[in-house]
Design a protein around this ligand. Structure first.
Ligand code: SF4
Ligand code: ZN
Length: 133
């Protein structure tokens, strides 16, 4: 039986279609995070890539998310990446650069965005992800 595995970034469970193997990377289909497959006592789980540069991790995540949803970026992308990296440095994770609360639901791509704010408003709160016209 194919069981669902929890994404540690967006906290949504999803089915892994490919064969599982320890150390193998996969992409969360909900938030675009790159995750590493791990196994312990017969149970599989996913973790964020430990040795990856923060800039690489967040850029790959946002690129994957944009591709999955069909969104695009504008020239605000680089300043917002900087903002996300500063948040990670100061508060330990990629919390939204334009929101005050450094809480799990504000880890980029935040819950508001994953729930469809780009479809509704044409862009995410910060203007990182934009709906294609
Ligand atoms: S508003 Fe945009 S930039 Fe801010 S966390 Fe949400 S998706 Fe990321
Ligand atoms: Zn996820």
């Amino acid at each position: 039986m194919r069981e669902k595995i929890l994404c540690p970034v967006c906290e949504v469970s999803f089915l892994i279609k490919e064969e599982k193997a320890a150390g193998k990377p996969t992409i969360c289909p909900v938030c675009g995070a790159i995750l590493i497959m791990k196994e312990s006592q017969g149970n599989w789980f996913l973790s964020r890539p430990a040795g990856m540069e923060p800039a690489t991790e967040i850029r790959q995540r946002m690129d994957n998310f944009a591709r999955l949803r069909g969104y695009h970026f504008n020239d605000m992308k680089d300043p917002l990446v900087e903002g996300l990296l500063k948040k990670r440095e100061r508060f330990g994770d990629f919390y939204c650069p334009c929101k005050i609360d450094n809480i799990q639901e504000n880890v980029c791509p935040c819950l508001e965005t994953r729930m469809g704010s780009v479809e509704r408003d044409g862009r995410c709160h910060c203007g990182l992800f934009w709906k294609k016209l």
